[in-house]
Design a protein around this ligand. Structure first.
Ligand code: MN
Length: 191
């Protein structure tokens, strides 16, 4: 059963002026679509064919012969989650999550500083995440290329894509400006 490209949870211009419709059009319509299409081609007729995306990610992780399957499955998952990690509307942090952030980072502002730091310091392509471990403890982390907390048994709560294709049309090389804008104006939590 082939994977389908999930619809965006908003219009392509909904995140303007922070992320342009042009960026979303390429990022969602070309990059994300290509990961889904490539995954479908790679898994056709294999043991992965009837697995969920999460199962494919966990099964293919760290196995050299499945690198292409892992990369495309993880990027398909990461992008679907990234679209859900942004909203142009309500920015209220759910009270229960806010309390956990204050417990584990000291304050919401300290969490934002830590999230910015991992996003900016990721060398090359990758992602910055807020995750919850199996004991309920929150932390921020960065992953390279397609790597995803799903492969490591962690529950993602929000993410920002720091591949250049995520921001270059709007921010050129200014990744920090893009991430600051994401944190202040777009970041949404999936608790
Ligand atoms: Mn991307």
């Amino acid at each position: 059963m082939a994977f389908v490209l999930e619809a965006l949870p908003y219009a392509e211009n909904a995140l303007e002026p922070y992320i342009s419709a042009n960026t979303i059009s390429f990022h969602y319509g070309k990059h994300h679509r290509a990961y889904v299409d490539n995954l479908n081609k790679l898994i056709a007729g294999t043991k992965f064919e009837n697995m969920s995306l999460e199962e494919i990610i966990k099964e293919a992780y760290g196995k050299a012969e499945y690198t292409g399957i892992f990369n495309n499955a993880a990027q398909a998952w990461n992008h679907a989650f990234f679209w859900k990690s942004m909203s142009a509307g309500d920015k209220t942090v759910p009270a229960e999550l806010k309390a956990k952030i204050e417990r584990d980072f000291g304050s919401y502002d300290k969490f934002c500083e830590a999230f910015l730091e991992v996003a900016v310091s990721q060398f090359g392509s990758g992602w910055a995440w807020l995750v919850e471990d199996k004991d309920g403890k929150l932390s921020v982390l960065k992953t390279s290329n397609a790597d995803t907390p799903i492969a490591h048994g962690l529950k993602p709560l929000t993410t920002v894509d720091v591949w250049e294709h995520a921001y270059y049309l709007d921010y050129q090389n200014r990744r920090a400006d893009f991430v600051k804008t994401f944190i202040i104006n777009l970041m949404k939590f999936n608790a």
